[in-house]
Design a protein around this ligand. Sequence first.
Ligand code: HEM
Length: 195
Amino acid sequence: MVFKSHDNGFGSVTKSLHWVVAALFITVFSIGWYMDFLPLGMAKLEWMSRHKSLGITILGLAVLRIVWRLYEPSPKALSAHKLERLAAKLGHLGLYAVMIAMPLSGWMMSSAANFPVSVFGLFTLPNLVAPNKELFETLRTVHWGLSWAIAVLVGTHVAAALKHHFIDRDATLRRMLPHGTKKVAANPSKEHRNV
Ligand code: HEM
């Protein structure tokens, strides 16, 4: 098993973190929209509590993911177009940014509303800001705005992965899948087909 990413593929740590965070991200996003439509009551509060706990889990994993990303080399982008490579880089940067900004804005929003965040009932996080109704409303708008940014970023990201797979027919998606990476050392010109 290859733990670290290399020139032509992702390692198992990055792949695991990518898919766990992706699944959590989509789950927390869906819960967020679902609970917004629920009337005030026990069910809404329970879903809100799950939303917060899973959101904080994302924050922890995102920090881990960024630290690991800084530590290991990154595989070469397979696209031949400079602009496409730049767009991918900016998109990934945007995804890292929302992985941090979204849970953080939620945590700050709860603090501003003076509802400390309990993580799965195991421990309670300290408030990040003092209770403040105006700040709560601002953070609520930020959190809502970020959810649209996420929809655009993730939607574009998935569409790009599918375009690489079905139209360009390169290894971009395969090398992010569990058994999609072989470490090819010798002939770099064949790497795209081998991974
Ligand atoms: C079904 C959904 C998804 C698919 C099919 C998918 C696919 C991929 C693929 C193929 C790559 C590698 C791109 C490359 O080689 O340059 C990648 C990278 C990445 N994905 Fe996803 N992804 C999905 C969901 C997500 C979600 C929800 C997030 C954010 C929470 C995310 C964040 C990232 C980031 C930040 C990278 C860049 C990794 C790096 O730093 O090199 N992905 N994804």
